[in-house]
Design a protein around this ligand. Structure first.
Ligand code: ZN
Length: 274
């Protein structure tokens, strides 16, 4: 699933094309991507709505339509692109949501496997939704002490906790693996056993890596595409993710892969990460 840097890239790409525009014809190919809203209500609210703002929260692209907010959480095979013209049928086979803009362009959420979700929330609904998500790691106000305070509340493995959106927003499997390696922290270590020194290193590495990944327009390990339909480039800079069995770039020890921490693949160096 696209993580913070990928969704941030998508938002930065599509925002200029959407600001101030109005949705005209809107269509939805399948209802199974909708959460908490019926197809009828969803389409009725979107038709004619004007785009006030586009921003990211955690792994969601949020399109502010004034009274309502359309929240897109792209799935593994999901892409959100503004096309210059209406897509012909052969290019829109996997288009789930299509929204024609008042200038002849088209916003398309495409998702072969339909693992992504679409929500439509009013202001109180959005406030409740966003308040259940943890702090944004790239906010200037987010400090190592904030990270430490969040981690003190859990005895679960540190990797699992930093991927838990209630504790920290936007970090998923790729960037959790990378940040823990860069910070030299064992991914299975209980979150509440980290010291202030660990909080400082992990905080710095999470921010550094997320920023670098945004600069490289995200990681295209499989299907992820930017808001213009291009591939990202940060996959070439990943040091542990998908490198199980390869030598550690710091000490040469063979990197270990395990599914034992959270069911997802964790790749780490048992010499460099304590
Ligand atoms: Zn190592």
């Amino acid at each position: 699933m696209p993580e913070l840097p990928e969704v941030e890239t998508i938002v930065r790409d599509i925002r200029p094309s959407l600001l101030g525009r109005r949705f005209e014809r809107v269509s939805l190919s399948h209802d199974d991507v909708l959460r908490g809203v019926t197809r009828r209500r969803f389409l009725r609210r979107l038709r004619g709505a004007a785009v006030h703002d586009v921003f990211r929260r955690a792994k969601h692209a949020v399109i502010d339509l004034g009274e309502q907010r359309l929240i897109v959480q792209p799935g593994m095979t999901g892409s959100l692109v503004v096309h210059d013209h209406l897509l012909p049928p052969e290019e829109s086979r996997y288009a789930v949501l299509r929204a024609e803009l008042d200038n002849g362009r088209e916003l398309v959420y495409d998702d072969v496997r339909r693992l992504g979700t679409l929500l439509l929330l009013d202001r109180p609904g959005w406030d409740a939704y966003t308040s259940a998500i943890g702090p944004e790691p790239l906010e200037r106000s987010f400090t190592p002490e904030d990270l430490g305070a969040a981690l003190a509340g859990s005895r679960q493995a540190i990797k699992k906790v930093i991927m838990d959106q209630r504790y920290l927003a936007g970090v998923g499997n790729i960037y959790a693996n990378e940040a823990l390696f860069a910070a030299g922290i064992d991914p299975s270590k209980p979150a509440n056993r980290l010291e202030p020194d660990d909080h400082a290193r992990l905080h710095a590495e999470i921010r550094r890596i997320l920023e670098a990944a945004i600069t490289s327009k995200g990681s295209t390990v499989r299907d992820y595409r930017t808001g213009t339909g291009a591939a990202g480039r940060f996959q070439f800079e990943l040091l542990v993710y998908e490198r199980e069995g390869e030598p550690c770039v710091q000490c040469g020890t063979r990197l270990v892969g395990t599914h034992e921490i959270d069911g997802r693949i964790t790749v780490f160096c048992f010499r460099c990460q304590r």
